[in-house]
Design a protein around this ligand. Structure first.
Ligand code: XMP
Length: 520
């Protein structure tokens, strides 16, 4: 739910498409604020947000079937401009008096759109008589248009692939303009929000910063605020924004659990204290964490131990400060978006994620979540706006439980030191090769396996280090990164030569699924 008010919002009604979030991204890239609401609560969202335009997403249901998801009437009654995408187009047609049927000619993937007529959606991109690549994914199709509509584009499988009712400013496309495989799609969405809905592209990170600072001031008043800094981008940006809003009312606490990467805690402390002058308490709790983890080999137990102890340590520190009224959290928009569920069934827990969940209730604090309206890229842009250095903003994600989950089996200080050294060399080589930004996440894993080797003239019996590097857009799915063998050979040689305790290096070529990115 929005914590700030945005006078020019586009509401995206989610019918359960896999790519609904991309619609929101494209609208925001056009400089217009957008929010997603599941179709079941779109009525309530429309009343609350008072959007200036609505986009209807795609979805797996069939508009040809009775009882399929519908567009709330309030949206048609309001008179705001409307863009229906795929299922959204079909639902709009079915509800406004057209017809949707199952089609024998299903279209999936690349297709070509023939432009039949001028349309405000196509302004400065597609002229009548031309043909353009688009991305389709549909079984049903519209077979009769509602009154007032005309065809502006066709494809071989969809005679009504793009339709328009200029009078009401209702538009529909059977293809997906939000995905990268529709190369001009982003411009088409920009045309909808700028040309058709008449919205200015004035939602920028500079504007967001001012608004967010105001909102934090209003929420916090003269209250005391604390923030758990993790060293990651999200908590750092949330902390800096809060500091800008309420200055010394904010104290940051960095709990060093001893599971961070080489020099990580020191760098964060230096940046916050010296560069930003933010009050920051560094707690070295590594002994406590390592003691609690002693002998523990079960991945879930390791994660839970770390999560609980983190809360305990943080709570103690908060008490020492005399408590606080507010806790800053770097919650992002993707964590907040309510997903469309057709079955209502619970999903399986693959891994229990570690964050400061549970803390606010225990210490009776209210949450300050200045990033809960932003996507990751937007947080990065905001970080730049706040002057965070580029190398910090572009850092790969790092999990809350840290190196503990990159050390399968039991965790010891000795193993962590070996892992830290190997990881630093691997990343140094990646940076030197200019590959850091092409990779979503890269790290070393220390396996609980020793193998025989020969170094100099002697026998060695040391650990195996696995290297992992993946590409991904959101961490939900991932591909292993295709290094060239020369690079891998170079990194392996350096690790074996420079790190005592490792005599063999392997590369992980598992994608996600079936693997996960982390090893535990
Ligand atoms: P997996 O291993 O589940 O990881 O494929 C997906 C992404 O999430 C990160 N990750 C975590 N991040 N707390 C976090 O903040 C956690 O407990 C956690 N576990 C995994 C992982 O590094 C990858 O980017």
């Amino acid at each position: 739910m929005s914590t700030m008010s945005h006078p020019n919002t586009v509401l995206i009604v989610d019918f359960g498409s896999q790519v609904t979030q991309l619609i929101a991204r494209r609208v925001r890239e056009a400089g217009v604020y957008s929010e997603i609401a599941p179709f079941q609560s779109a009525d309530e969202a429309f009343r609350r947000l008072k959007p200036k335009a609505v986009i209807l997403s795609g979805g797996p249901a069939s508009a040809a079937e009775l009882g399929s998801p519908r567009v709330p009437d309030i949206i048609f009654e309001s008179g705001v401009p409307l863009l229906g995408i795929c299922y959204g187009e079909q639902a709009m047609c079915a509800q406004l008096g057209g017809r949707v049927e199952e089609s024998d000619h299903r279209e999936f993937g690349r297709a070509f759109l023939e432009i039949e007529d001028d349309c405000a959606l196509f302004k400065d991109i597609w002229a009548p008589g031309t043909r353009h690549q688009v991305w389709m994914s549909h079984g049903d199709r519209v077979t009769a248009l509602p009154p007032g509509f005309k065809v502006v584009g066709t494809s071989s499988g969809a005679p009504f692939a793009a339709i328009a009712d200029d009078g009401r400013k209702y538009y529909g496309v059977q293809f997906h303009p939000e995905v990268a495989h529709t190369p001009d799609g982003a411009k088409l969405i920009a045309n909808f929000v700028h040309e058709i809905a008449g919205l200015k592209g004035d939602w920028t990170m500079a504007a967001y910063r001012d608004q967010a600072v105001e909102a934090i001031r209003k929420q916090v008043g003269s209250g005391k605020v604390i923030c758990a800094l993790s060293g990651g981008v999200d908590s750092s940006v949330a902390a800096l924004l809060t500091h800008e809003a309420v200055g010394e009312q904010l104290t940051c606490i960095l709990v060093d659990h001893g599971l961070m990467r080489k020099n990580e805690a020191a760098e964060v402390v230096q940046m916050f204290r010296e560069h930003y002058n933010v009050p920051l308490i560094l707690i070295d709790a590594s002994d406590r964490f390592l003691k609690a983890l002693e002998g523990e080999t079960d991945p879930e137990k390791k994660r839970k131990t770390i999560g609980h102890l983190f809360i305990e340590v943080f709570e103690e520190e908060a008490k020492k400060l005399g408590g606080a009224d507010f806790l800053v959290q770097g919650t992002l928009y993707p964590d907040v978006i309510e997903s469309v569920s057709f079955t209502g069934g619970p999903s399986v827990t693959i891994k229990s994620h570690h964050n400061v969940g549970g803390l606010p209730e225990r210490i009776n604090m209210k949450l300050v979540e200045p990033l809960r309206e932003l996507f990751k890229d937007e947080v990065r842009a905001l970080g730049r706006e706040l002057g965070l250095p580029e190398h910090f903003i572009g850092r790969h994600p790092f999990p809350g439980p840290g190196l503990a989950i990159r050390c399968p089996g039991s965790v010891t200080r000795e193993k962590l030191d070996i892992l830290r050294a190997a990881d630093a060399i691997y990343l140094d080589e990646i940076r030197k090769a200019g590959l850091y930004d092409a990779i979503w996440q890269a790290f070393a894993v220390l396996l609980p396996v020793q193998t025989v080797g020969v170094m100099g003239d002697g026998r060695t019996y040391e650990y195996v280090c696995a290297l992992r590097a993946v590409t991904s857009v959101d961490g939900m799915t991932a591909d292993f990164y295709q290094f060239d063998m020369e690079f891998l050979g170079r990194a392996a040689t350096r690790i074996i030569n420079e790190v005592r305790g490792i005599n063999r290096v392997v590369y992980d070529v598992t994608s996600k699924p079936p693997g996960t990115i982390e090893w535990e």
